[in-house]
Design a protein around this ligand. Sequence first.
Ligand code: URP
Ligand code: ZN
Ligand code: ZN
Length: 465
Amino acid sequence: MKTQTILITGGIVVNDSGMGYADLLIENEKVKAQALPGTFKDLHVDVSIDATDKFVLPGLIDPHVHFNSPFMGSKTIHDYDNGTIAAAFGGITTIIDFSTQPKGGSLLENLNQKEEEAHGKAYIDWSMHGIILDTDPKALAEIPQLIDKGVPTYKCFTTYRHADRMTDDQGMLRILETTARYGGMLMVHCEDDAIIEYHLNQELAAKHYDSIYHARSRPASAENEAIKRVIALMRECTAPVYIVHTSTAESVDIIEEARQAGLPIHSETCTHYLALTEEALKLENGYYFICSPPLRTQRDIDYLWRAAADGRIEVVSSDDAGMPSQERIKLGKGRFDKITNGMPGIEPRLSIMFTEGYGKGKISLPRLVALTSTNPAKLFGMYPDKGNLFPGADADLVIYNPKGKWTMRASNLHMNDDFCPFEGWKINGHVETVISRGQFVIKNGELVGKPGHGKRVIRKLLDAV
Ligand code: URP
Ligand code: ZN
Ligand code: ZN
């Protein structure tokens, strides 16, 4: 095969540890060199890109998306074709989706089905977490096999009892024990189901059906208590845990205290918890903003940004889980508790982080890279191939042009949805070019990638996790 070389000159290369002017040489699928500007000026290359005044970032990794996923009577809107296109337009070069164990069925079989579903479709690389619904010996016996197959991370829920998704304390301890033995990491959706059901019944009894009651019935206390409970269980049986989609200010301190006490606990928040408040649920189309945990308050947003900046929050994911709008209306029948939970968000993540985070001085660009690329790569077993632009890494990168402002609308994005949670938001700059393992996916804002280029990433956790 002929060697394909790409030279990117004049750009500001950003890694999680710092940023500076550098030229980047790509050879085939890998970063060959990162060097002072002008170093390669006499080198003959196949393609040259002038990135003057632009930022060159490692391709983003979104470690929390739900593609083609059945939930609460509906199915998420993205698949490996349209979902990876939208991801690429959002500067993402790797996603991690979920394979859900059918109740009473095999997670390994579901994983194979998911692999078939993705075959020949993905424009960027992809990987899989498991979702564990059963904790009987047969189901637990699949965990070491999953880890061997490159799926060392799996999620369970402390809520959704009514949707038959909840794992109780005994089940959680069994998963923790298996995880401790075989070396995986458990991801937990933390909301205390008893607290939620109590409030839900109260709201429904009072005939409170509007979308804002979604937030009232799932208070911050439900999330905080569930995190505390998981930590208590981790003390009984210690294994790595990653708390998904944290949304409350208090969750930051609860998790940090456990970390300081030596527990191997990690956490993420999501773009929407850094940008939207529960006020969105009071809008005429408030039902579109129903997700769990629910959107919170400005105080939570401010605290989450501070924690994202100082490292207490390690990752910002999208939790992309948009549902078809018409179906949401139909299923909801005017009642918040009947509406499928989840919002689309895979494409806006970088623009929102750049504009609201970096643009408003809340995070530095190296920190943005850490939260959206390097830390997901490290925590989910893809580093050093992914999450950085040092020699030897996969040539996954995004060139972000910081110039110009535009207005985000569902109609000018590429997500398979007529709803965008950030409709009307003013955005600084745009994703100009995206390269995945040395191949252009987006070139000057146009899709040029090919379906099937994206490969499954077989993951192995670092010992540090
Ligand atoms: O509301 C949400 N977050 N829907 C997606 C499923 C999940 O719990 O992550
Ligand atoms: Zn969840
Ligand atoms: Zn999710």
